[in-house]
Design a protein around this ligand. Sequence first.
Ligand code: G3H
Length: 526
Amino acid sequence: MNKIPQQYKIIQTINHKEYLINGEIRKWEGKQANVISTLLCDSEDKEPLLLGKTPEMSADLALEALNSATDAFKQGQGQWPTMKVYERINCMQKFVKMMILEREEVVKLLMWEIGKNLKDSEKEFDRTVDYIIDTIEEYKILDRKGADFQNNSGVRALIRRGPLGVVLCLGPYNYPLNETFALLIPAIIMGNTTIFKPAKHGVLLIAPLLKAFEKSFPPGVVNIVFGRGREIATPIMKSGKIDVLALIGHSSSAISLQDLHPQKNRLRLVLGLEAKNPAIILKDADIDSAVNECISGTLSFNGQRCTALKILFVHEDVREEFLNKFAKKVDELELGMPWENKLLTPLPEPSKPKYITDLINDATNLGAKIINKRGGEKQKNFVFPAVLFPVNDKMKVYKEEQFGPVIPVISFADVSKPIDYMAASNYGQQVSIFGKDASVLGPIIDSLVNLVCRVNLNSACQRGPDIYPFTGRKDSAVSTLSVHDALRSFSIRTFVASKDNEINKAILRDIIDSKKSSFIRTDYYL
Ligand code: G3H
């Protein structure tokens, strides 16, 4: 392994004790959990590096965070939900300015905690900053639209979007900053109050941002707690005081958390869950370009993306050419430390290499072959991507979301095969289709758009640009995220209606002129 550049070295273990409740950074003196990094585990005898320690907070503290958020919302009468829009925007602008100052530290910790390469770690940070800035602009647009009085059937109405209440935000380990903030930021700006618990990996990188949250928002608007999901989230959900569960992660967690809530109809859901996005390579596809897209689609961040291509369907006429070229390219990929910017990096979950190896063994025992030379080579914290062919419905990898470096391939003669696969699947996020003939593609696309929520023509699946809707059918998502849609997902339409008569007109005029209401107003924020 090359030497670690000075700027990315971990000089000493990070003893992280701070958490944020009720606008105050406090110190946790109780139990702590080890935060490890698997980056240096390149042989069986190397133990993970102890990066630091983080609070393993108790149920009592979780409930204190909940009470802080509930008090701040104050049944809709709190300072934050009733605040003028531009004041909330000012808070968010202050936050993003302070956040930018922590870029270097957060990027470094992204690399050490989850093994994301430097380029993608920087992209995760910068994309999050852009997302916040774009959200602020979008919120202004939404607010301007809400300044429009309507008058129908003798009823005058001012319709805006209002907050939903208290939001529990839980993000995933593969985008511990970006996807958590993609929930948290729109939730906050719309006037909700929040409790946020970082994912199981990518915890320490939140610590440098606590101060920015503390200094930017009124007490109780953002509460950040650390610990095990079961310990922290269980009492919070059981209280029945959560109005929105915002989670990007596994559907099993989403379901068990929902089940704990005593008043299910009160609970709104914003969920980004698993996917098994297929690529369909038609016989007239540009094979070289399809190979390149399928490499990045299946293996960016080692396949640990919900949008990753997780199964490839290749037309039998081009199967040989595609597989030869694809397997060769996979074998040329290099494994490296995150700061070396290779596509393949060590896996952050210590148990993942065994899981991937088990998937490979299951498939090969049932008749698949590993068709690339290096497929399945193992180090303690890593498995070299294995291209498996032919895959069938008896194999685990046919259905399971592998979230790692294994690529199942199936060949087809008729496109109904991948389409039937998608129709039978529990998931419905995206698909990639590779081909050229408009008369063939047109009708296929017409079917695909009704099975998933994004059809990528001659390109890999992805979430971005964040301005576009990100959602899924079936078990892949509930609600839609995008800069615009997330503001809608974390709010509800609410309005003031009045009979169209002189008295009401005069009252409304007076409220607007005297600026006595944050809701009834027609001002225009630049
Ligand atoms: O883990 C799922 C992410 O939303 C994927 O986002 O396509 O930008 O990597 P991405």
